[in-house]
Write a protein of this length. Structure first.
Length: 196
């Protein structure tokens, strides 16, 4: 990595100091890292949360897979969606789908699903000698993202999300949310002469 200065203009001499500055400026934590709740305690308190058998859960995992992009970057394990799709009909693929389904049924998030890698991307038109001239992106293992997708799909189908929830909901967009706000404002203005 080239020269990098902090927000006050002071130079970082070592790669270690540069890394720590990027983490500090972009993630807001210091040495303690990201905290992950203890899943086992919840699993013991609420066994069988899903109420779905292994076969049905495997079907949900297979149904979620076509909705993933082959161009999605893999996480630290190097396994992308394209590879998962290619081995799907092999023994390895069947075992993988079975393992994902089993973990979801048990409400378990394996540590391997939580591994990620942060890659720093230079912001176009910014000073790359400053920490703010870089954009962090997090690459998550695709197997973990597949499990998350199954949960997200189930949440959307369950009807548990509020009708005004727009983010990450199929068929809803920021445009629709803005349109609702504008429409509501127009109605208030027509009826009362002011938005309130």
């Amino acid at each position: 990595m080239g020269d990098l200065t902090d927000t006050a203009g002071g130079p970082f001499k070592t790669d270690s100091k540069k890394k720590n500055a990027l983490i500090r400026d972009h993630f807001g934590w210091r040495n303690e890292g990201r905290k992950v709740d203890k899943i086992e305690e919840e699993r013991e308190r609420y066994p069988g949360l899903t109420g779905i058998n292994q076969e049905k859960m495997e079907e949900l995992v297979r149904k979620a897979l076509p909705g993933t992009s082959n161009r999605s970057a893999p996480g630290p394990d190097g396994i992308g969606y394209k590879l998962i799709k290619r081995v799907l009909d092999l023994k390895l693929g069947r075992e993988l789908i079975g393992e994902v389904a089993e973990n979801l049924i048990n409400g378990k998030i394996p540590k391997e699903w939580q591994h990620s890698k942060v890659v720093m991307i230079p912001k176009p038109g910014k000073d790359h000698s400053k920490t703010k001239g870089w954009r962090p992106i997090t690459l998550i293992n695709c197997i973990g993202k597949l499990g998350e997708k199954v949960v997200a799909d189930r949440l959307q189908e369950s009807g548990l999300l509020h009708r005004h929830q727009f983010g990450s909901v199929k068929g809803r967009s920021a445009t629709e949310a803005a349109l609702r706000v504008v429409t509501r404002a127009q109605r208030y203005m027509a009826a009362e002469g002011a938005v309130g």
